[in-house]
Design a binder for this molecule. Structure first.
Ligand code: GDP
Ligand code: MG
Length: 439
């Protein structure tokens, strides 16, 4: 018991720090989550050791376990590392803005070209799409068909002209037409190929794009890292589009792309349709990669709602048995702020099995309890013993709150019992035996 008391105090004084031992398991979990999300191993290692360094010694928020808090720190850092949300496409001072698409075959370059064109059109920026994939049969037709769908013109010169030449003439055409943006779709190979790289580099040198976007399939997995490195070193990218995020992939490729190139992910593809393009939100991607959203939410809520100094004052009161109905009300409101009881319980491992009925009942009881406390005078709230002694006070509260005298008596008895218990435990929270709580 004394030990628990001491623990409680340590936590309160903020001496409970994140240490290598108290986050060991969480570290393992995070590493596993990242690898499962297909983040490149090297990226995982670098990322984790950075975060661990940052986290060690951090004070633990009261009411949260150090390992849970660590996951939150990882999450925050992940969001941070992932870069800007909604990074805009380049826009040239004098049109046309030139966007060059790069990537392996089948990643979704041609589709993304049309998606971007549609997106820009909605932003009232006119487009021309340029078909330079002369290798894959029907690649040009594919772009033409997409162009018809979204009502955006396509520039092509058939399969017998050199892609560099097509790109060059495409940009000239865009200038002539006076369109705002020209998007150059390119050919890809199944694997990184020196010939393809050379051709792409040549196109880039010729058209001098304002944006060079690497299109990466979210399913690429570990390979995304090598891929990004090669493209970035040899071509130089200014952003990326991660496609096929509508699949099961957890999106680890996004982290690899970002970490290795340092360039923003500008959009994600979420389907085969031309409308299936979304801006990139680092927080959503971080949640998806970590797949530990629940813990993160819990810690966030705790962080938002628990005012440390308030909690400390409360603990002191508990230890000195000065805890009164005012404090109780505060605790109840805290609980409310943290969302419905059911919502909070669901976030706690092992608690999610409590049936909805029981929780519903708990919430109703909490409301009734609050009504009774609201009917108490300030003096009574501050000095619960007054109520224990006076039946007439209890009667008045019963009438005021619309509850029976028996209910009021029970609340006061429960409260007194709880206060004694809390004092004994030396712990706040008031969860066990808290009046109005099921169980
Ligand atoms: P490219 O070889 O890089 O030009 O790739 P394509 O644009 O031809 O796309 C290859 C395949 O992926 C096609 O069947 C597309 O419909 C599909 N695709 C492209 N983007 C997405 C996406 O975001 N989600 C899904 N589910 N499929 C996509
Ligand atoms: Mg293509």
């Amino acid at each position: 018991l004394a030990e628990r008391l001491e623990d409680a105090w340590k936590k309160l004084r903020g001496q409970d720090k994140i240490s290598e031992t108290n986050i060991k398991e969480a570290l393992k979990e995070v590493r596993r989550a990242l690898l499962e999300a297909d983040v490149n191993l090297q990226v995982v290692k670098t990322f984790i050791s950075e975060v661990e360094k940052q986290a060690l010694g951090a004070e633990v928020i009261s009411g949260v376990r150090p390992d849970q808090q660590f996951v939150k720190i990882v999450y925050d850092e992940l969001v941070n590392v992932m870069g800007e949300s909604n990074a805009p496409l380049a826009q040239a001072d004098t049109p046309p803005t030139v966007i060059l698409m790069a990537g392996l075959q089948g990643t979704g370059k041609t589709t993304a070209t049309a998606k971007l064109a549609l997106y820009l059109r909605k932003e009232k920026r006119s487009c021309l799409m340029v078909a330079t994939d002369i290798y894959r049969p029907a690649a040009i037709d594919q772009l033409i068909t997409l162009g018809q769908q979204i009502d955006v013109p396509v520039f092509e010169l058939g399969k017998d002209v050199n892609p560099v030449e097509i790109a060059k003439q495409g940009v000239a055409k865009a200038r002539e037409m006076g369109v705002d943006t020209v998007i150059i779709d390119t050919a890809g190979r199944l694997q990184i190929d020196p010939e393809m790289m050379a051709e792409l580099a040549q196109i880039k040198a010729t058209v001098q794009p304002h944006d060079t976007l690497l299109v990466v399939d979210a399913m690429t997995g570990q390979e995304a890292a090598t891929l990004t490195r090669t493209f970035h070193e040899e071509i130089g990218i200014t952003g990326a589009i991660v496609t096929k995020m509508d699949g099961d992939s957890r999106g680890g490729a996004a982290l690899s792309v970002r970490c290795i190139s340092g360039q923003p992910i500008k959009f994600i593809g979420v389907g085969e349709k031309v409308e299936a393009l979304q801006p990139f939100y680092p927080d959503r991607m971080a949640s998806r990669i970590l797949n530990m959203g629940d813990v993160v939410t819990l810690v966030e809520k705790a962080q938002e709602e628990i005012d440390l100094s308030d909690a400390m004052a409360m603990q002191e009161k508990i230890l000195e048995a000065r805890f009164d109905f005012n404090d109780f009300l505060k605790q109840m409101r805290l609980l409310k702020n943290m969302g419905s009881l059911a919502g909070v319980m669901k976030l706690i491992p092992g608690m999610n099995k409590i049936s909805g009925d029981v929780l519903q009942k708990g919430e109703t009881q909490l409301k009734q309890t609050e009504a009774m406390i609201n009917s108490m005078t300030k003096e009574e709230r501050g000095n619960p013993d007054l109520l224990a002694k006076s039946p007439s006070r209890r009667r008045r509260i019963a009438q005021g709150s619309g509850h029976s005298e028996a209910e009021v008596s029970k609340l006061i008895a429960d409260f007194t019992r709880m206060r004694a218990m809390m004092k004994q435990m030396g712990m706040g929270g008031g969860m066990p035996g808290m009046p109005g709580m099921p169980g």
